[in-house]
Design a protein around this ligand. Structure first.
Ligand SMILES: *Cc1c(COP(=O)(O)O)cnc(C)c1O
Length: 836
């Protein structure tokens, strides 16, 4: 039966055309009671907030559902071009607050819950974070989805539904202990399983050639072990605009075929148990940020995501356009979030050639026009390289296609630079050696029409350094897209006090147009306005202090300067520099150098990759220094320090509004962009930072006089390397000498001898890649400027206001407009609100 037969349309209309759901308080109350009682089967004996949370999600999900359907129909109606954001990570955090805000139902939901004896905030707290990411890269993907929906862009996210997300970090005796994050145990009421769109993914087997019926030589992949990919969809609501986009997450499932050999041999339970192996693929997120470790299972995850998502897009294409792929590249574009999904390049060729009978040239043309790649790091150790051996074992057909891409590519290089064998070797997709490897970044560059970095400096350094050969070959592919964060979650939702003040002062337009914040500049000189700004900050600091008390058992005085560094623990981010400064302050207190002191509370937080020994030592050092500082009677009222356990999205929603000073102190040239820096700035924190990543653009926007700059530039870092001499630096700086003396004497590890030896050795090494001691004096001086500035509350508040006012550029709405306009060529598609 054809899709447009009148009978079927009539039937589906009867089935699915419903009147819009009520959004008034009474409708919400009725709906809530119905779900709570009938669907969830709870009554007055139920004391847990969990079921009330579930009932609330279900009534909101219904209201998202009608908008979700309208959005799909709107995209189908105009046969719009569509972008797909492929990412191994989506660090979504909680969804409830964001959904109520974006649906415009905050007020009616709050009132409805009050009628029923609940508080929205308590139910929001009952939600588990969806921690399907490590840090910045995964959180960026989440912010992108929010902005795409808000801009009404036809964009779908594709990712993996890990059974276990990012581990929960506990701190035991100052050490990090990892606990599994079984976030789906109580179910996920937001997701919709869509088994009807299941895809089949191949692994193993071998590649062979055969003659098709027309006599043409074709490749195929045979003898494979297959795994099913089952999609689970999550709604992504735009800000009060009727659009609901989709995040589709794939779960691995065993196929229904039994291994008859084992079955017949009487091993029935064993053969069923073996099926669990297939489901291992999506069991757990790899907890490594900015480093690769070449695990087979990780490559399985990457290929699984790439193949499932591409097959899904192709199946939808065939459903509407048949097997004519001539306009496919005009209607589809794939954005690869780092190299993790770069198997897409050979996989799309394989699907188009082996499954849909296109020629190499036709398939390559489609790949070349639809793939775009975002690089996220300059650290060479984080560039993915997969052993050819692993490819040959699990993805033999893909390896063959990669070799073919490489052969054709190297011909192009040879044509451009005849006889330059060294350059061919450098640029080859295959790194030669005892263990030959596939260079995934080069594969992504060769297969893409666009290659972008994530901040201006980062994109420039890519062109001059890491990807220089490729930039010389294809300068037109390279571009910059400076990161951002969504102002819905990172200002409107997480900082209700400031939201209220902003709405009263400049109207409500800023939520969807963050450049509007510039209008705050006119109020920075107004004493009454500053007073209200201070009150908001004070309440936020009290909220943060309560959280620190609860989580760390350390009491922070909200009158003190709140100095915060939260992010993954990594040597390049230089948490050590921060700790050295705390030791320096402690040393000053001990020596009675406290005239004109600014009381300060230092908060450090972040997870270390479980195998990253140095990062774990840094956590232990931060914990030990905190213990000594907080126990020092002379430091009372002057200095406090705490290590915040299990840093995550929902914690950052309390931390960034309560912060005065944002620590962005990476070695220049190492942090690609940073996005934590943007969340802090939006919420009125001042930054102490190096000229690295997006810090540079933050300082440009807000002005040097409202930013505490220190440290070597990226160029100076590169020049310093050859003659870096930590011993000479210590000898010339008595403050630093005393800090190192305290550290080396075991002052912070009296009963744990030697545990910080490796930290001290790293700091003292002339080969220290992060030049920690090289920036110490400059950092300490910038900290003195910050402390002095904080002693003038009027001036500090003015600078705080100007930081928020200048943060408009760092909305992902701006970022996504640039992706849509300059890479994707994507136009907004209006969607009507239900009943509208
Ligand atoms: C924003 C964010 C990050 C990224 O922080 P950076 O300072 O840019 O490294 C990491 N983790 C979480 C939970 C975040 O919210």
């Amino acid at each position: 039966m054809s899709a447009d037969s009148p009978d079927k349309n009539q039937l589906s209309a009867t089935l699915t055309d419903l009147p819009p759901l009520g959004t008034d308080v009474l409708s919400l109350v009725d709906d809530f009671r119905s779900y709570y009682t009938y669907h969830l089967g709870r009554d007055r004996h139920c004391t847990s907030n969990h079921y009330a949370y579930q009932a609330l999600v279900l009534i909101l999900r219904n209201r998202l559902m009608e908008r979700w359907k309208n959005t799909r129909y709107a995209y189908e109606g105009v046969d719009s071009r569509h972008a797909y954001y492929l990412s191994l990570e989506f660090l979504m955090g909680r969804a409830l607050g964001n959904a109520t805000l974006n649906l415009g139902l905050e007020e009616s939901t709050t009132l409805a819950l009050q009628c029923l004896g609940f508080e929205l905030e308590d139910l929001a707290e009952a939600e588990q974070d969806a921690g399907l990411g490590n840090g910045g890269l995964g959180r960026l993907a989440a912010c992108f989805l929010d902005s795409c929906a808000t801009l009404q862009l036809p964009v779908t996210g594709y990712g993996i539904r890990y059974e276990y997300g990012m581990f929960r970090q506990e701190i035991v005796d100052g050490h990090q202990v990892e606990e599994p994050d079984h976030w789906l145990r109580a179910g996920n009421p937001w997701e919709i399983e869509r088994p009807e769109y299941t895809q089949r993914i191949h692994f193993g087997g071998r590649s062979e050639f055969y003659r098709d019926h027309a006599g043409a030589l074709r490749g195929r992949w045979v003898g494979t072990s297959d795994v099913l990919a089952v999609p689970y969809d999550l709604p992504v609501p735009g800000f009060q605009n009727g659009t609901v986009n989709t995040l589709r997450l794939w779960k691995a499932a065993a196929t229904d075929e039994f291994d008859l050999g084992e079955f017949n041999a009487g091993f029935y339970p064993e053969s069923v148990a073996a099926k669990n192996v297939a489901e291992l693929i999506t069991l757990v997120l790899y907890p490594n940020d900015s480093s690769e470790n070449g695990k087979e299972l990780r490559l399985h995850q990457q290929y699984f995501l790439a193949s499932a998502s591409l097959q899904d897009v192709l199946a939808r294409w065939i459903g509407t356009h048949g097997r004519d792929f001539s306009t496919f590249a005009e209607k589809n574009v794939f954005q690869l979030n780092d190299t993790h999904p770069s198997c897409c390049v050979p996989e799309l060729i394989r699907l188009l050639m082996d499954e849909h009978a296109l020629s190499w040239d036709e398939a390559w043309e489609i790949v070349r026009r639809t793939m775009a790649y975002t690089n996220h790091t300059l650290l060479p150790e984080a560039l993915e390289k997969w052993p050819v051996r692993i490819f040959r074992q699990f993805l033999p057909r893909l390896l063959e296609i990669i070799y073919e891409i490489n052969a054709r590519f190297l011909e192009e290089v040879a044509r451009r630079w005849p006889g330059d064998r060294e350059r061919q070797r450098r640029m080859s997709l295959i790194e030669e050696g005892d263990e030959p490897k596939v260079r995934m970044a080069y594969l992504a560059i060769v297969g893409s029409f666009s290659v972008n970095g994530v901040a201006a400096l980062h994109s420039r350094l890519l062109q001059e350094g890491l990807f220089r050969d490729f930039f010389e070959l294809w300068p037109e592919k390279f571009n910059n897209k400076t990161n951002g964060v969504t102002p819905r979650r990172w200002l409107a939702w997480c900082n209700p006090g400031l939201r209220g003040l902003l709405n009263e002062t400049i109207g409500e337009g800023w939520v969807a147009d963050l450049e509007e914040l510039r209008r705050l500049e006119a109020h920075a000189g107004d004493r009454g306005f500053r007073e209200r700004w201070q009150k908001v900050k004070r309440v936020n600091k009290e909220r943060l202090a309560a959280l620190v008390e609860r989580e760390c058992g350390v009491s922070f005085d909200p009158a003190a300067l709140f100095d915060v560094q939260v992010k993954r623990i990594h040597e390049y981010k230089r948490q050590l520099l921060n700790i050295l400064h705390v030791i320096h302050l402690y040393d000053r207190i001990k020596r009675g150098e406290t005239a004109g002191w600014t009381p300060r509370c230092v908060l450090l937080g972040g997870k270390a990759a479980p195998g990253y020994v140095m990062a774990k030592s840094i956590i232990k050092l931060a914990s030990n220094v905190s213990r000594v500082v907080n126990a020092e009677p002379a430091a009372a009222g002057l200095l406090k320090m705490a290590f915040f356990p299990n840093y995550r999205v929902s914690a950052m929603e309390v931390i960034c509004p309560g912060t005065d000073l944002s620590e962005q102190i990476s070695t220049a040239g190492k942090e690609a962009s940073g996005t934590g820096n943007m969340k802090f700035m939006m919420n009125g924190a001042l930054t102490i930072g190096t000229l690295d990543g997006a810090n540079i653009e933050i300082r440009e926007e807000v002005g040097d006089e409202n930013f505490f700059l220190f440290g070597l530039t990226a160029e100076e870092v590169a020049d310093t390397r050859a003659h870096y001499d930590p011993a000479a630096i210590i000898a010339a700086d008595p403050d630093l000498a005393r800090v190192m003396q305290l550290l080396e004497s075991g002052h912070f590890n009296q009963f744990e001898p030697g545990i910080f030896d490796s930290v001290v050795r790293a700091l003292l090494s002339p080969g220290d890649p992060w030049l920690v001691l090289g920036d110490f004096a400059s950092y300490a001086e910038a900290q003195r400027r910050a402390a002095t500035a904080y002693r003038d509350p009027e001036e500090w508040t003015r600078m705080s206001i100007l930081n928020t006012a200048a943060s408009g550029k760092f909305s992902t709405d701006r970022t996504m407009r640039q992706y849509a306009g300059e890479i994707w060529q994507l136009a907004p598609v209006p969607v009507l609100e239900p009943g509208g």
